[in-house]
Design a protein around this ligand. Structure first.
Ligand code: HEC
Length: 178
């Protein structure tokens, strides 16, 4: 009788012990960042006017209207490839990881009823003007603190301008440029 109990106890100790050892052997470190994180890859559009990188948001976004003259929507379409992993831009493209961007300019931030925004984006709630979009795309996490958009930002002012011009083409109601 005793032998049976002892062998059961030994078996339990053995099983627990093996579990611990395999835990140690197969311990896998979890990645710190989510797999969706997209780095701000280096840019291809040449940048002549933006010598003030790292300057404040306001002085950068003040340039946006002036920059429209020197960029075009076709360049913006190329820049949009950085967004396409998470966003559709086509009409009826639908939500992906991020909300659908057809007609986003002029729309209120966080206002698509079929997309689950962060509380921060809903609270932000301002209409996407050219300046708002420019400031947001420069550093999303600074412009809308607490946004769940995992994107570092587009440092190049010309790229942002081209991208915004492109976004303003993918809509039924383009914002007036003047
Ligand atoms: C890693 C995925 C990802 C990438 C890359 C990404 N976004 Fe987003 N985006 C999101 C998510 C998620 C949200 C929702 C944010 C929230 O609710 O806080 C969002 C929100 C937005 C919004 C607000 C839309 C609304 O309905 O108010 C805009 C505008 C936007 N993104 C533009 C862009 C542009 C332009 C790019 C490319 C430069 C880009 N995003 C790249 C995931 C991404």
């Amino acid at each position: 009788m005793n032998k049976i109990i002892i062998s059961i106890v030994l078996a339990v100790i053995l099983i627990v012990g093996i579990g611990k050892i395999t835990d140690i052997i197969f311990y896998v470190e979890k990645p710190e960042k989510s797999a969706y994180q997209v780095a701000n890859t280096s840019t291809s559009v040449s940048n002549t006017s933006n010598s003030s990188e790292g300057s404040s948001n306001t002085s950068d976004s003040g340039n946006i209207l002036a920059l429209f003259a020197s960029v075009n929507a076709a360049d913006g379409e190329k820049v949009f490839k950085k967004c396409a992993a998470c966003h559709s831009i086509a009409e009826a493209g639908g939500n992906k990881i991020g909300p659908a961007l057809w007609g986003v300019l002029g729309r209120k931030a966080g206002s698509l009823s079929d997309y689950k925004y962060s509380k921060a984006m809903i609270a932000h709630g301002k209409p996407w003007s050219f300046e708002e979009m420019d400031g947001f795309l420069l550093k999303p996490k600074d412009w809308v603190k607490g946004t769940k958009m995992s994107y570092a930002g587009l440092k190049d002012a010309k790229e942002r301008a081209a991208l915004i011009l492109y976004m303003n083409k993918n809509t039924n109601n383009p914002l007036p440029i003047n």
